[in-house]
Design a protein. Structure first.
Length: 450
């Protein structure tokens, strides 16, 4: 039984275009402006670099198809939190929801807010702590916009996503020398003229898949999307297609315009390329594009993050206030407020201890990928537990979900290894330990809804 104290539930108010804007916006973040250089440096070969980006698109599509089956079978505002509940019970899903609410989503919001603040400070400085002020302001402003309702959220998301894609199109135009001054000649070695070590290819794939990360959040809007259950499948597939094409073209443009060696050595490859093609104004425009990319990801993360809080409020009596849904606006009001407060707290903590803050956010990756692996396994479990007819079934089952599970397991292992090498793996464990204590308190009070 739900503990939703308002009696209102999510309504199908979100258009397919708005859904695509949310998914594309949450995936295409500031990472695409940085990771091409890292991948080029690690691989040292044009053929392998592009192959990894294509491979990242295929693995992401495999995961998205798994989510499409689960989202059409269990359309719910709780997204993968709800899938985990169905497969493993409320204890496991609570720990996932706890991690997302306390650090994964809110930490991403805060970190992206700092990225936005860094670039806005160059345009309008607000004193010695300008980046902190801008970060706090944007968290408050976007929270207020999202409180206005899903349509307001989706409208601003669509505008931001169009601006963000426009910036990436500018990079593609510059890299291929379209409508710009001729670029200096570039000579790249033949494709696959050298082969990196397998471990290095794995490291590069970690960066690629992290740049593709966020498509899983599509499940959170399945219960609010207009149209039939097939619509979410088309939205997910179309969004991944757009993202994959843009990512591959951006990498080809950077390699063509700068050359692999300069791309690998550059700290700001996109700015270098736009500077060559459009002069000083091109480099300045990149700052705007990165700021817009940060805004786009913040807004999309807020939309899906609040829905995790809402789902937890439905399942747990002690958190029932988060289950309040304002039906007229299509928004979980209290869930947004909780998310905004935690995000602002993390902005404040990051201002005091920036290194510790970044570590806290980055090293929750082991938790995230471990739970994503469990979502992939849940597809197999729910095929056995729930025999009802599927609206959509993953093609090439079981190969497709196996690809997704193996990739998630590898990323979880790599994230743990990286965190251990930095001496910070305990951060993830502390977050989950506090979550276990919270779970125990809820259980002891017998406040779970039945």
């Amino acid at each position: 039984m739900s503990v939703n104290d308002s009696g209102a539930l999510p309504q199908r108010l979100l258009s397919p275009l708005g859904a695509v804007a949310i998914i594309v916006g949450i995936v295409i973040g500031a990472g695409i402006f940085k990771t091409p250089s890292l991948v080029a440096e690690i691989t040292g070969d044009v053929g392998w670099a592009l192959t990894l980006w294509v491979g990242g698109a295929i693995i992401s599509l495999a995961g998205a198809l798994c989510y499409a089956e689960l989202a059409t079978l269990y359309p719910h505002a709780g997204g993968d939190y709800h899938f985990l509940t169905r497969a493993y019970g409320k204890n496991v899903s609570f720990l996932y929801g706890w991690a997302k609410a306390m650090v994964i989503n809110t930490g991403s919001i805060a970190l992206l807010a700092f990225v936005f603040g860094d670039y806005m400070t160059k345009v309008i400085p607000l004193g010695s702590h300008s980046d902190i002020y801008w970060a706090a302001v944007i968290v408050v402003v976007l929270t207020i916009i999202n409180l206005l309702g899903i349509q307001a959220s989706a409208n601003i998301q669509t505008v931001l996503t169009v601006l963000e894609i426009s910036g990436l199109i500018a990079i593609i135009i510059a890299g291929f020398g379209l409508f710009t001054s001729p670029l200096p000649p570039v000579v790249n070695p033949p494709l696959f003229s050298s082969t990196p070590q397998f471990g290095m290819l794995g490291l590069a794939m970690v960066f690629v898949l992290l740049t593709f990360g966020g498509w899983n959040e599509s499940a959170y809007i399945s219960a609010e999307l207009k149209g039939s259950l097939h619509t979410i499948v088309r939205v997910i597939a179309f969004s991944l297609l757009i993202i994959s094409i843009i990512y591959i073209l951006v990498n080809m443009a950077l390699i063509n315009g700068l050359g692999l060696k300069q791309l690998a050595n550059s700290k700001a490859a996109s700015a270098d390329l736009l500077g060559l093609a459009f002069g000083p104004i091109g480099e300045k425009l990149l700052g705007l594009f990165v700021a817009v990319a940060a805004l786009t990801s913040i807004n999309a993360t807020m939309i899906v993050g609040a829905r995790t809080n809402f789902a937890m409020g439905e399942d747990w009596y002690g958190l029932r206030k988060m289950a309040h849904w304002e039906s007229s606006r299509g928004t979980p009001v209290f869930a947004y407020l909780i998310q905004g407060v935690i995000s602002l707290a993390l902005v404040g903590f990051g201002a005091l201890q920036s290194d510790g803050f970044e570590a806290m956010v980055e090293f929750t990756a082991p938790v995230f990928w471990s739970f994503l692996f469990l979502v992939g396994i849940s597809l197999f479990i729910l095929r056995v537990k729930d025999q009802k007819t599927r609206v959509f079934s993953v093609p090439l089952y079981p190969i497709t979900p196996l690809i997704f599970c193996l990739a998630s397991a590898y990323l979880a292992y790599s994230s743990f290894s990286y965190a251990h090498s930095k001496g910070a793996v305990l951060i993830s464990l502390y977050v989950m330990l506090v979550g276990l204590v919270a779970l125990l308190i809820l259980r002891l009070k017998k406040n779970i809804a039945h």
